[in-house]
Design a protein around this ligand. Structure first.
Ligand code: AMP
Ligand code: TRP
Length: 328
């Protein structure tokens, strides 16, 4: 029985990169009967950058709604809000005291932002971000963490901290493994860079149809004339389509590119139709959940109870091993 755990920050409405890179692979894993899936909304992590309470609440809603819309079964698995299990903050402190300073200074979450914005612009929460993430993972005896490629370093940090404590204090923690979907390691955004909210290049499949179409039309492509044959392999439209369509559909589009007399506008229309087809049901479900936040809150409360039961038993083990708690 493997425990699968993953989190998504509540920093915005999940985009296509989040869906293909994290949510959908996670839901697929949760459906395998020997797995226990533990999924959460990383609202504590979001505080490192997002300070606005109302925005956080809306984002928590939309991340939870996205998970539910993608078919996550909250009775079989666990869906909860990170801050609903405060035990994670206590474990973070213990782990902090074993995390070497240079390892955290080298974490890309901190390094990139502090290099770009200057040290005075980053906070200690961002510096210890990977430690809170390690606590998320270790608090539930996690075996597998499905994530995008950008998170691999954080899982390595988690393993380093856990093995160092295990080495000094006995086998307290299970060492987790990252699981990265090979095919969707990095989903490109409309400018061809990695799709990310911070680059402003996302495709939001839960958006209203017109806006969704507009963002697809903004995908940057080559400027060859209609008649010219085109190379599908360096075209973002084709790359995105390849992540959504089946092999014969992909081959048909590939041939259209190679033959010429086929413009980027037509390719974008095909991509748009594919997205609408694939996400028709999730889009409807997402809307229903968003209009009915009580149903989301109920799902999260159920998750909180289940998650806390796991968390308290692991934390008791850690406290005892480190000499906290009763002195008799
Ligand atoms: P974030 O939005 O950075 O909190 O990411 C949430 C999850 O989605 C993480 O597992 C990321 O690795 C994954 N993810 C985010 N953007 C992409 C992308 N462009 N391609 C693949 N996975 C992504
Ligand atoms: N840092 C992750 C991200 O930005 C979110 C996250 C927080 C997470 N805690 C986690 C992912 C634990 C996996 C496991 O994508």
């Amino acid at each position: 029985m493997a425990r699968i755990l993953t989190g998504i920050q509540s920093t915005g409405v999940p985009h296509l990169g989040n869906l293909l890179g994290a949510l959908e692979p996670g839901v697929k894993l949760s459906e395998q009967k020997d797995n226990t899936a533990i999924f959460f909304i990383a609202d504590l992590h979001s505080l490192t950058s997002l300070k606005e309470p109302q925005a956080r609440i809306e984002n928590i809603r939309s991340v939870a709604a996205a998970w539910l819309a993608c078919g996550f079964d909250t009775h079989q698995g666990i869906l909860f809000r990170q801050s609903d299990v405060p035990e994670v903050c206590e474990l973070t402190w213990y782990l902090n005291c074993f995390a070497p300073f240079p390892m955290l200074a080298n974490a890309h979450s901190f390094k990139d932002k502090s290099a770009k914005q200057g040290l005075s612009e980053v906070n200690a929460g961002l510096f210890t971000y990977p430690v809170l993430m390690a606590a998320d993972i270790l608090l539930y005896d996690t075996d597998i963490v499905p994530v995008g490629k950008d998170q691999i370093q954080h899982i390595e940090i988690t393993r380093d901290i856990a093995s160092s404590i295990n080495h000094q204090h006995g086998e307290i923690f299970i060492l987790p493994k990252a699981q990265v979907e090979e095919q969707v390691k990095v989903v490109p955004g409309i400018d061809g860079q990695k799709m990310s909210k911070s680059y402003g290049n996302t495709i939001n499949v839960f958006e209203e149809e017109k806006k969704l179409k507009k963002s697809i039309n903004r995908i940057i492509t080559g400027s060859e004339p209609l008649e010219a044959p085109k190379n599908p392999d360096n075209c973002t439209v084709f790359q995105l389509y390849s992540l959504l369509a089946d092999t014969s559909e992909i081959n048909t589009l590939r041939n259209a590119y190679l033959e010429g007399n086929f413009g980027y506008g037509a390719a974008k229309q095909i991509l748009f139709e594919k997205i609408m087809e694939k996400y028709e049901v999730p889009r409807q479900k997402y809307m229903t959940f968003m209009q009915n936040p009580e149903s989301i809150e109920t799902a999260l409360r159920l998750g909180q109870d289940k998650a806390r039961a796991y968390a308290t038993s692991v934390l008791d083990r850690v406290r005892e091993a480190l000499g906290f708690g009763s002195i008799i």
